[in-house]
Design a protein around this ligand. Structure first.
Ligand SMILES: Cc1cc2nc3c(=O)[nH]c(=O)nc-3n(C[C@H](O)[C@H](O)[C@H](O)COP(=O)(O)OP(=O)(O)OC[C@H]3O[C@@H](n4cnc5c(N)ncnc54)[C@H](O)[C@@H]3O)c2cc1C
Length: 301
């Protein structure tokens, strides 16, 4: 039975950074990505807090630099559908095979919190989305975004370049950075409604999707080609079996299981943090693989 030294789940910034650092140690991880390398960054309008890009950089452009940098590292385009632990080995099951590994880095990021409180008619479900990477080529559409966080405003600024966008906030409190709010206010075809709660989605012949809402001014309705949810995200760990979760603390202490990036960072979901986590996990893995022979080096390469 072939056993991999390291297996990485997810090729967003955290997983790619881990792979890059492992490569520097001559360790070739088995690496799985269920969608496409880059992760959530494909949705980011302008990343202004990632060092090295003083003018800021779009999420997709930043992904291209990451992909350029990890050229030569193989990433298998498959989901890990189950991760289990038995007899001192991890087993990652994909639709095509099961891969044993000694150490695992989970860099699976987050999944969106879904709309609740109103049914989504089947015929509208393709137009109700939680990420915008697939909408970036849309033009002249009406788009309703729900949320008040950085992501909601980042989505809105991105999509309002070529479309008309309304942001609905069910409450009054804004959770986004003040600079995003200021930018949004300067965009003509981007508007914002507070205290506006979606009650119903319906299809009206000739108009498509109608978003029916309650608001302090009374009922309101919006025609929408797309409804975008930006109402929070939660760790994506649905593939991790009880045999791992029950022993996670011990496996992490031993340095053979690492959760890196957004999957474990709560509100601190930022690219630079995810990248740092990935590098750190790879260094720790190298450290326990090699022993502490180089502990006194100034720089651990
Ligand atoms: C609109 C928006 C704007 C943003 N703007 C900024 C910003 O300006 N600055 C900043 O620093 N950050 C920003 N971020 C946050 C940044 O995108 C994330 O912090 C970063 O992408 C997290 O990286 P990650 O690798 O931890 O997770 P992710 O990027 O979520 O990557 C996880 C990867 O794992 C894959 N995966 C999941 N489960 C499996 C599985 N079972 N098998 C195989 N693959 C799997 C996913 O497909 C995904 O590719 C923004 C995010 C959004 C949504």
């Amino acid at each position: 039975m072939h056993v991999d030294e390291v297996l990485i789940i997810g090729a967003g910034p955290a997983g790619m950074a881990a792979a890059l650092q492992l490569k520097r140690y001559g360790i070739t991880p088995r690496h799985f990505e269920k969608a496409r390398p880059g992760g959530l960054l494909w949705n980011a309008n302008c990343v202004e807090n990632y060092p090295g890009f003083p003018q800021g950089i779009s999420g997709p452009d930043l992904v291209h630099t990451f992909i350029e940098q990890i050229k030569g590292i193989e990433i298998a385009p498959e989901p890990v559908i189950e991760l289990s632990w038995q007899q001192e080995l991890f087993f990652a099951r994909t639709p095509s095979n099961t891969y044993p590994a000694r150490k695992v880095i989970i860099a699976s990021g987050t999944r969106p919190c879904l709309f609740t409180g109103f049914p989504i008619p089947d015929e509208l479900s393709p137009n109700v989305v939680y990420e915008v990477a697939g909408l970036l080529n849309e033009e002249g559409k009406n788009i309703v975004i729900v949320g008040s966080s950085d992501a909601a405003f980042d989505y809105a600024l991105n999509l309002s370049r070529k479309n008309t966008v309304i942001i609905l906030n069910r409450g009054e409190r804004l959770k986004c950075l003040p600079l995003l709010w200021d930018r949004a206010q300067a965009v003509q075809n981007l508007s914002y409604r507070s205290n506006t709660v979606i009650k119903k989605l319906l299809v009206r012949p000739g108009s498509g999707m109608i978003v029916e809402c309650s608001s302090p001014q009374g009922p309101a309705e919006y025609q929408a080609d797309y409804l975008v949810g930006a109402i929070g995200r939660e760790p994506l760990l649905d593939f991790v079996s009880a045999s791992v979760t029950e022993q996670a603390a011990d496996l992490e202490n031993r340095g053979i299981l690492h959760l890196v990036g957004d999957v474990k960072n709560g509100i601190f979901r930022q690219t630079a943090i995810a990248v740092g986590d990935g590098i750190r996990a790879a260094m720790r893995i190298h450290q326990i693989t090699e022993g502490s022979a180089h502990e006194s080096d100034c720089f651990h390469r």
